[in-house]
Write a protein that binds this ligand. Structure first.
Ligand code: 5GP
Length: 188
C-alpha cells in the first residue's frame, strides 16, 4: 500500500468530533476526503450507504476481517463492529486526498501504531462527562441503554488523551474547528 498522510480525529462519542470533521472537509474538499468506515450497526434516519458508512451485515464484516481487509476494526459498542478498510485509504490517496478518519479511541491508537510516520492524531476533549451526556441526550439518537454505554465508555476513553499528537478542548465549537484547522493546514 503506498502511503500518504492520514488525519485521525478521535474522541469519546458526543464530544463534537463529527462537527469538526465536517467543518474541515467542507473547507478543504480538494485536499481532504472522509474515510468512510464499514459498520454493522443499522443506518440512522438520514444516513446514506457509501457516504456516511458502508453498512454491512455481521457475516460480510467478519469475512472482511478474515481476509485482512481492515487496517483497524473494533467492536465499538456491544455487538456492533466498526472498521477502516484498507481499500478506503487507497481510494482517497489515489484521488490525491488525505483521508480524515472519524474513529473511536482504540481504533485511533491502532492506526497510530500502524502508520507512526504518516498519521497525525487529534483528540477532541469534551468540557466534562456531564456535558457530554447532555449533548448526547440533546441529539436524541440514543436509547437509554445506548446512552449509558456511551457515557461509561467516554469516561474511560478520556484517560487516553495524552496518547495523541494534539488535544483540542471543545467548549466552543467554532474555536475548536479553527484550532483543528491550524493543526492540519501546515500538513498541506
Ligand atoms: P456512531 O455509531 O455514532 O456513528 O459511531 C460510534 C463511534 O464509532 C464513534 O466514536 C465513531 O467515531 C466510531 N467509529 C466510526 N467508524 C469507525 C471505524 O472505522 N473504526 C473505529 N474504531 N471506530 C469507528
Amino acid at each position: 500500500m503506498s502511503q500518504g498522510k492520514i488525519i485521525i480525529v478521535t474522541a469519546p462519542s458526543g464530544s463534537g468530533k463529527t462537527s469538526i470533521v465536517r467543518y474541515l472537509l467542507d473547507k478543504y474538499p480538494q485536499r481532504l476526503g472522509f474515510s468512510i468506515s464499514a459498520t454493522t450497526r443499522k443506518p440512522r434516519g438520514n444516513e446514506v450507504e457509501g457516504k456516511d458508512y458502508y453498512f454491512l451485515s455481521e457475516e460480510v464484516f467478519k469475512q472482511k476481517i478474515r481476509k485482512n481487509e481492515f487496517v483497524e476494526w473494533e467492536m465499538v459498542y456491544e455487538g456492533k463492529y466498526y472498521g477502516t478498510l484498507e481499500s478506503e485509504l487507497t481510494r482517497l490517496w489515489g484521488n490525491g486526498k488525505t483521508p480524515v478518519l472519524d474513529i473511536d479511541v482504540k481504533g485511533a491508537l491502532h492506526i497510530q501504531q500502524r502508520f507512526p510516520k504518516t498519521a497525525v492524531s487529534i483528540f477532541v476533549e469534551p468540557p466534562s462527562v456531564e456535558e457530554l451526556e447532555r449533548r448526547l441526550k440533546g441529539r436524541g439518537t440514543e436509547s437509554k441503554e445506548s446512552l449509558e454505554a456511551r457515557v461509561n465508555k467516554a469516561a474511560y476513553e478520556l484517560s487516553f488523551k495524552n496518547h495523541f499528537n494534539y488535544t483540542i478542548l471543545n467548549n466552543d465549537l467554532e474555536k475548536a474547528c479553527k484550532e483543528a484547522e491550524s493543526i492540519i493546514t501546515p500538513l498541506f
